[in-house]
Design a protein around this ligand. Structure first.
Ligand SMILES: Cc1ncc(COP(=O)(O)O)c(C=O)c1O
Length: 426
């Protein structure tokens, strides 16, 4: 245990690590471990989707409409059915949007600010203040949306089975300025946490003081399993209906990490009433989304089983990468007691916690030696991790050999930063 070493031992340890670090620097590495993107080999497995729509006859949707033309604002019927099936929702509870669920989330917040949501007394931006609950650590782009609209973020700790629900219940029931909460319920970003049935039920039974409160349920990793025993979460829309609060949730998902990020399809699922209200706004914003791409996706995947078997191919590529990262962390750091990490069963990230006050230093040491990690602090609102501990590792994009090099360097930087801190404190 590094934390139990005397000053002289620590200094000796530090000097050894420093020598190794200098030799890494001389390699002039240029590796990027910062974003959760699929690797090129993952993108290749979806290439046959490009050969599906060839002749004019291929372009016709199940209701007879020509997908090349205007129309069907909420999506072609078979796409609404396919993605509805995946999320356990009916076709009339689905809008197939453009190419990005983040943009659907951004638009949902933007609309709420400018016009309110179904049941709002006034647009949110006419309130004195709007606040969102943000379970932490969480997804930086959720926090960026709030910051962009001047929405105040209140952090809520994550537990091993979802956000601290006592805290969520207390806060939403006391403060009418709290209008929303961000959730990634299955394989959360970055910790890979799966919300328990109890947590989902407690969400559905929230009694917010704000009558127009919304749960932003970002089910980005709904089929992104890393093991052969997929986790399941309860259907939040069903649970909200049972609780008589069908309108309280917006569900988001996309095929970004099923087919192609930026060239997939995105989904908003919600009560039929919410869908009607959102559609009325969308009708001003656009005449329709890219239905050709929707049809291409339906013809390629056919049904939910088609999506699930496609995800097996992704898993075959991703599981060894996650294993590699976890093995390196285990082999290099478990004896020192200077880093904690999770072992996710799905999703795109591994989340680690350093000793207090070391995360920024680790990321900057990595950068100096040519490896870019996600900025320390990014997993907290305003980039402010109060303990400076959390770092998000994204193992998916680099090829395996680069991943190994980057992780070996990362472990070395954790040792260096921890030893520096302990020497300083001794
Ligand atoms: C939790 C979460 N939601 C949404 C997204 C972005 O999804 P999309 O590509 O559909 O905009 C990501 C991407 O990393 C994510 O991690």
């Amino acid at each position: 245990m590094l934390t139990e070493m005397k000053r002289e031992q620590l200094t000796e340890f530090y000097t050894e690590c420093e020598k190794e670090y200098e030799s890494y620097k001389s390699l002039n590495l240029k590796l990027d471990m910062s974003r959760g993107k699929p690797g090129a080999d993952q993108l290749d497995i979806t290439m046959p989707i490009m050969d599906i729509l060839i002749s004019p006859g291929d372009m016709i949707a199940s209701d007879g409409s020509d997908t090349r033309n205007y129309g069907l604002l909420t999506g072609i019927p078979e796409a609404r059915e396919l993605f509805g099936g995946l999320l356990g929702c009916k076709a009339d509870e689905i809008i197939i949007g453009g190419n990005s669920s983040l943009s659907l989330m951004y638009d949902s917040v933007s609309r709420a600010m400018s016009h309110g949501v179904l049941g709002s007394e006034r647009p949110w931006n006419k309130e004195e203040k709007v606040k969102f609950l943000c379970p932490v650590p969480g997804y930086d782009r959720h926090f960026a949306v709030c910051e962009h609209f001047g929405i105040e973020m209140i952090t809520v700790p994550m537990k091993s089975d979802g956000p601290d629900m006592d805290e969520v219940e207390r806060l939403v029931s006391e403060d009418a300025q709290i209008k929303g909460i961000w959730c990634v319920p299955l394989y959360s970003n970055p910790e890979g946490i799966v919300y328990s049935d109890e947590a989902v039920r407690r969400f559905a039974n929230l009694s917010p003081k704000a009558p127009d409160f919304r749960i932003f349920w970002d089910n980005a990793y709904c089929v992104h399993h890393l093991t052969d025993k997929p986790h399941r979460i309860l259907n939040i829309l069903e649970e909200c209906k049972k609780a008589g609060k069908a309108d309280m949730v917006y569900i988001f998902a996309s095929s970004s990490k099923i087919s192609f990020p930026g060239a997939g399809v995105a989904v908003l699922a919600a009560s039929a009433e919410n869908i009607k209200a959102v559609t009325a706004h969308l009708a001003i914003q656009t005449i329709c989304f890219d239905k050709v791409n929707q049809l291409r996706h339906v013809k390629f995947f056919m049904n939910t089983d088609g999506i699930k078997s496609h995800m097996e191919k992704h898993r075959a590529i991703l599981a060894p990468k996650f294993r590699t990262v976890l093995d390196i962390l285990d082999n290099q750091l478990s004896e020192f007691g200077i880093l904690e990490w999770n072992k996710p069963d799905g999703g795109y990230f591994i989340s680690v916690n350093t000793l207090s006050g070391c995360a920024k230093r680790v990321v900057s040491l990595c950068k100096e030696a040519g490896v870019i990690m996600t900025s320390a602090g990014a997993t907290f609102p305003y980039g402010n991790d109060p303990e400076d501990r959390n770092i998000r590792i994204a193992p998916t994009f680099p090829p395996l050999d680069e991943l190994k090099t980057a992780m070996n360097l990362f472990c070395l930087c954790v040792k260096l930063a921890s030893a520096e801190k302990l020497i300083h404190n001794s």
